[in-house]
Design a binder for this molecule. Structure first.
Ligand code: HEC
Length: 241
């Protein structure tokens, strides 16, 4: 019968099974690294440890009651001040209207000492320079979160990298001995998850209401990777016919 002729992962030579397993394990490991990276980058945005809806809405929609500079020194840039008091001085300066006079007399030395290793004209990490008042002025506008160009930039690499990977994993899944219905559901769910994961970034930029969907999109993608890696591994080594 037709299905007897179908290639099955589990009937392949042991070396091939090991090679496929290595691919699956490395992919799973890569996903965990990606997740750790996301966690480390975003968990402190709201000044509290742990990834939350608030972190997501501040990242995409922004803190519209704050300037970008204030958000930065309250969040991930706070650690770079040589002491707490200096952070407070700069914060008060921002709240007082961030005048150029006070910058020259009081603020510039603090920023030079704490921030110039990464934000001088020469280093400009993240494209950010904090050397002169005219540079700082760029960050004194209302904080509206990640820019559209940044979101488009990140989504295009994300989609183009993840889609072929998911396709390969779906292909491997199709050569397992699981029921066709299960394979179809997992495969379609995984592709939808890629779509949701990225799609909700755009919506979350429009309204904080969608932040929770960003979290759900991310979790769906995580679940998909889990299933796409573990199901074939299970089929290769553990599942009885
Ligand atoms: C060890 C390197 C490093 C130091 C020191 C540092 N920064 Fe940054 N900063 C970065 C990087 C990398 C980014 C871009 C990544 C990001 O968007 O989080 C960034 C981004 C920023 C941004 C832009 C944030 C946004 O939302 O667009 C501001 C403003 C900023 N830093 C201010 C400061 C200030 C003020 C200090 C000093 C108290 C400081 N940084 C110290 C590395 C550093």
């Amino acid at each position: 019968m037709f299905w007897k002729e179908t290639i099955r992962l589990r009937t392949m030579p042991v070396v091939t099974k090991i090679i496929i397993s290595l691919f699956l394990v490395l992919t799973g490991f890569g996903y965990l690294l990606g997740f750790t990276n996301i966690y480390m980058t975003y968990n402190m945005v709201d000044e509290k440890p742990g990834l939350s809806i608030k972190d997501i809405s501040l990242t995409y929609y922004g803190a519209r009651d704050k300037t970008t500079l204030e958000k930065a020194i309250d969040g991930s840039m706070r650690q770079y001040f040589t002491d707490k008091n200096e952070q407070k001085i700069v914060k008060e300066w921002i709240l007082d209207g961030a005048s150029e006079n006070a910058w020259d007399s009081e603020i510039e030395p603090i920023i030079d000492a704490s921030c110039s290793t990464c934000h001088s004209e020469a280093t400009a990490l993240g494209g950010v320079v904090t050397a002169e008042y005219s540079d700082i002025e760029n960050y004194l506008g209302k904080n509206t979160g990640k820019s559209w160009s940044r979101i488009v930039g990140v989504s295009h690499t994300h989609v183009l990298a993840i889609t072929p990977l998911v396709f390969l994993l779906v292909l491997l899944l199709s050569f397992t001995s699981f029921p066709v219905l299960l394979k179809n559901i997992v495969s379609i769910f995984a592709f939808s998850a890629v779509f949701m994961d990225v799609g909700f970034w755009f919506l979350a930029k429009l309204s904080p209401f969608f932040s929770i969907f960003v979290l759900m999109g991310g979790m769906s993608l995580g679940l998909s990777f889990g299933l796409l890696v573990l199901l074939p591994l299970y089929d290769l080594w553990i599942k009885k016919v």
